[in-house]
Design a protein around this ligand. Structure first.
Ligand code: CA
Length: 232
């Protein structure tokens, strides 16, 4: 689900696009003119722009150029809607920083797939670690299970999240404030002392593997970069 700005002067086509994009779960903001589209882009901060090349007031290439020149909008993917025979403009569109294009008449299904692809490229998913072994620690993240030296350890959902967060960022110090933000989310009634309490409990539960969670004095915590550097 994304907010999509459609800049298309053919009202029928705009309606079809808006209808289908909404049906696919997206939020649609629509403009019939280039200037209006630019104004809406600045006001509504879309996550994708569908941009017709032939607009009555301003060519799509100029709209694209203006979007890419705006620091607040330059990372917003632009998908150009072009007509057959606009090969030259199509190339120009890419030179201007357009992220993809579809040639009219296009299937709406194809367009939606293209939009999903540019969204994925624009917002890559963080790397996830479904299962891993680290020294005497073994974790199955999908199943929420943890073993130390072959024995299963029961962790609360929060302790599990804390362990995964530290592991995913291993070898890098995480401040208490960062851990609060990532593991707990922002809540008013918890303090950085909460982090210390939970790390202490997590370490105790992890027994031998608890040594992988190191205290960095005055800063926060760090998961060891490799299992054999404990006590260094
Ligand atoms: Ca047009």
């Amino acid at each position: 689900m994304a907010r999509i700005l459609v800049i298309e002067d053919e009202q029928d086509l705009q309606n079809v696009l808006a209808y289908n994009l909404r049906a696919a779960g997206h939020e649609v903001v629509a403009a019939l003119r280039g200037q209006e589209g630019l104004r809406l882009a600045r006001a509504r901060r879309p996550e994708v722009v569908l941009l017709d090349l032939m607009l009555p007031d301003l060519p799509g290439t100029e709209v694209c150029k203006a979007l890419k020149a705006d620091p607040a909008l330059r990372d917003v993917p632009v998908v150009m809607l072009t007509a057959k025979g606009e090969e030259v403009d199509r190339v120009v569109g890419f030179e201007l920083g357009a992220d993809d294009y579809v040639v009219k008449p296009f299937s709406v299904r194809e367009l939606i797939l293209r939009i999903q692809a540019v969204l994925r490229r624009a917002h890559p998913q963080p790397e996830t670690v479904p299962t891993f072994a680290f020294g005497c620690l073994r974790v199955d993240a999908a199943a929420h299970r943890v073993w130390v030296e072959g024995d299963e350890v029961e962790l609360t959902a929060l302790e599990f999240r804390l362990l995964l967060t530290l592991y995913e960022r291993r070898d890098r110090v995480q401040s208490r404030a960062t851990l609060l933000d990532v593991v707990w989310g922002i809540e008013a009634d918890i303090t950085t002392r909460t982090v210390d309490t939970h790390v202490k409990r997590l370490r105790e539960k992890l027994r031998a593997a608890g040594a992988y969670v190191e205290t960095v004095r005055g800063v926060g915590y760090r998961f060891a970069g490799s299992p054999d550097e404990e006590g260094r």
